[in-house]
Design a protein. Structure first.
Length: 245
């Protein structure tokens, strides 16, 4: 009886499989195949650092009272004083935008039937400042003229500069994608054809600066925070799809 007959057909198969795995040619763990007709898709990302040149500050006035007319008159008077104070700093009126004006009734829910006990009136502004030296002054003027709602400061890039910098990032992204495609094609011994599809996504995050502002009526000699806009990053990611020859 020979060796194959002693092992049996099934055992002999696994014996051969063991020998092939141990001394046979090595196989790759994974194989990336490019089917004929399918495009090669690559991505590239371009990043550009840019210094913000616009600060946007949210501020507003909010009051409560039993008489709607009294509260409205008070808020309207303070809002006029606030806007006039900002204009005296050299902030153009077109850069002081009213973002909301609201009137809400206040209810007493302790009794069986809820009843109106007063009203809340609020007005909010978005102030755009292109001279960062005026940011602290604007915050001080706001709180000294009745603003009791002061949000954070958001640093942004104006539309013209943003468009120019995004184009720079876009070109950088395309060059990176082309270089990557060329490297892959060379490594795989393939020839790149024409670009059949291109898409992009953009990324930009304004830098918010959030802090606790002085309450209205606080001493004017309180130390002011140092406003430092720093830099922000614009990014563009491009996807290129190539024909493969």
């Amino acid at each position: 009886m020979n060796f194959r007959q002693k092992l049996g057909p099934i055992s002999f198969f696994f014996f051969l499989l063991f020998l092939f795995a141990k001394w046979g040619p090595s196989l790759p763990v994974s194989v990336l195949s490019q089917q004929k007709g399918e495009p090669l898709v690559v991505q590239g990302t371009g990043r550009i650092s840019v210094a913000p040149d616009i600060a946007r500050v949210d501020m507003g006035i909010q009051e409560n009272g039993s008489s709607l007319k009294t509260v409205q008159d008070s808020v309207n008077k303070k809002s006029k004083t606030l806007v006039d104070g900002l204009k005296k700093l050299g902030i153009d009126g077109k850069n002081i935008k009213t973002t909301s004006y609201s009137v809400y009734p206040n209810y007493d829910y302790t009794s069986r039937n809820s009843r109106i006990t007063g009203y809340q009136v609020s007005i909010n502004y978005e102030v755009t400042i292109d001279d960062f030296d005026k940011v602290n002054d604007a915050l001080t003027v706001a709180t000294q003229n009745g603003a009791n709602v002061v949000g954070g400061v958001n640093f942004e890039v104006n539309d013209k500069t943003k468009k120019e910098k995004l184009q720079e990032a876009r070109e950088e992204a395309v060059n990176e994608a082309k270089e990557k495609a060329g490297g892959l094609a060379k490594a795989a011994n393939m020839t790149l054809g024409r670009v059949v599809n291109i898409s992009e996504s953009q990324g930009f995050e304004p830098r918010p600066l959030t802090f606790l502002e002085k309450a209205a009526g606080a001493p004017a000699d309180v130390a002011q925070p140092e406003i430092t806009p720093g830099e922000t990053e614009l990014s563009v990611t491009v996807s290129l799809s190539y024909e493969i020859r």
